[in-house]
Design a protein around this ligand. Structure first.
Ligand code: NDP
Length: 364
């Protein structure tokens, strides 16, 4: 018996389709995690039939670099125990090593393939002229390599990690359509593409009877909102785009950990991540976090939980991909699901008055 298999609590049947937001699109399952009970919800990935846990876990920075396989195992295990079913990865993370770590952990834990949704992304695969981008050649080879490193037979989700101005979108869409027909990819999507490029890909797919993109993976957090809250809005309606959002804590800043200093061992101290201090841990951003902190205290939660719950409150977010370098962070972050119902309109107004960055609709 795998040590970290979810221990189902009293509610083993899907609950009636009344989710927290009342829209009825999610199933509620309750898991017992030591003393805590996490009521993880499962959201449809856009208009697809796939259900992903509202909180998920990703491998960027951490696996294959910052932490060892033992910590990855603890974190993935804790997340899975809390009801997480989606684990995010990319060929670029630690040059493929993050996929090796995740694949080993999945194997060690003996999870049923049916219980997990695993992704990878193609774009940055190496230094050679054909090791990057979205050509047919690189897409085929990246997919093959990711599947091998993850020790899986197929990827549930496959993302085009960035747009490739040097490859016609039709070549990319046709290549991924082939992978879907070969059974190597179930759903595909984009990451940080413009709405116009996503619509172009969708239009090509419709015109040629190819599989269209299902989801996009954009950055979204209290400090970075425009794309998810404004640019993509027509796409949710018109093509049923799902979103698997990244950096919900702005690389940890929104946990409040950088309010007074840069703690040793934190992401901002890692080699290669010096840019965080220049672009994210700015005085202006830290001041905002300090002003948000009392709102979290009034709700009886941590700043990290408030920031994650704020992302979860957006119904166009299919899943919030968390990151963690320690098991304790996973435990804390998973409890964000309990904070969502506390985000009343009044609380949101209070937060908006501090953030001062709500995207405004374009004037006609
Ligand atoms: P976050 O913004 O949530 O940052 C996660 C980091 O914050 C952790 O590794 C940890 O760093 C710190 N942290 C997390 N929880 C806490 C806590 N409760 N208290 C204090 N510190 C905490 O997410 P990521 O930036 O890691 O992004 C999440 C995932 O999204 C990635 O793993 C990846 O899968 C995906 N992603 C996708 C991208 C894309 O282009 N498609 C780009 C980036 C990410 P530490 O302890 O080291 O300080």
């Amino acid at each position: 018996m795998p040590t970290s298999a979810p221990r189902w609590a009293t509610c083993t049947e899907p609950s009636p389709p009344a989710n927290r937001s009342g829209s009825g699109t999610a199933l509620i399952s309750v898991y017992v995690v030591r003393a805590a009970v996490i009521a993880m919800e499962y959201r449809q990935l856009g208009r697809s039939g796939l259900r992903v846990s509202e909180l998920s876990l990703g491998a960027w920075v951490t696996y294959g670099g910052q932490v060892g396989e033992d910590v990855a195992l603890e974190c993935m295990s804790a997340a899975h125990d809390s009801g997480v079913n989606f684990f995010d990865n990319a060929e670029a993370y630690a040059r493929g090593n993050a996929e090796i770590v995740m694949g080993n952990v999945i194997k060690k834990l003996g999870w049923r393939r049916e219980d997990i949704v695993v992704s990878s992304k193609v774009f940055w695969g190496g230094e050679g002229p054909n090791d990057r981008g979205l050509s047919r050649k690189h897409i085929f080879e990246a997919c093959r390599n990711s599947i091998r490193r993850l020790q899986l037979d197929y990827l549930d989700l496959f993302f085009c990690h960035r747009p490739d101005p040097n490859t016609p979108i039709e070549e990319t869409v046709r290549a991924i359509d082939d992978l879907v027909h070969q059974g190597k990819v179930l759903y595909w999507g984009t990451s940080e593409w413009t709405a116009a490029d996503i619509m172009r890909a969708y239009g090509i797919a419709m015109e040629h009877d190819l599989v269209p993109p299902t989801m996009e993976q954009p950055q979204y957090n209290m400090l970075h909102r425009d794309r998810v809250e404004k640019e993509y809005v027509p796409l949710y309606r018109e093509i049923g785009l799902g979103t698997t959002i990244w950096s919900p804590l702005a690389s940890g800043l929104l946990s409040g950990k950088y309010n007074e200093r840069i703690p040793p061992g934190s992401r901002a101290t890692l080699k290669g991540y010096e840019w965080l201090r220049e672009y994210i841990i700015t005085r202006q951003n830290v001041d905002k976090v300090k002003k948000l902190q009392p709102a979290a205290a009034d709700l009886g939660c941590t700043m990290a939980q408030l920031a994650l719950a704020w992302c979860l409150r957006n119904p166009n977010v299919s899943t919030v991909i968390t990151g963690a370098s320690k098991r304790e962070q996973v435990d804390e972050n998973m409890e964000a699901v309990d904070v969502v119902p506390k985000l009343t309109n009044e609380v949101i107004e209070r937060l908006e008055s501090i953030l001062g960055n709500k995207p405004q609709p374009d004037e006609d």
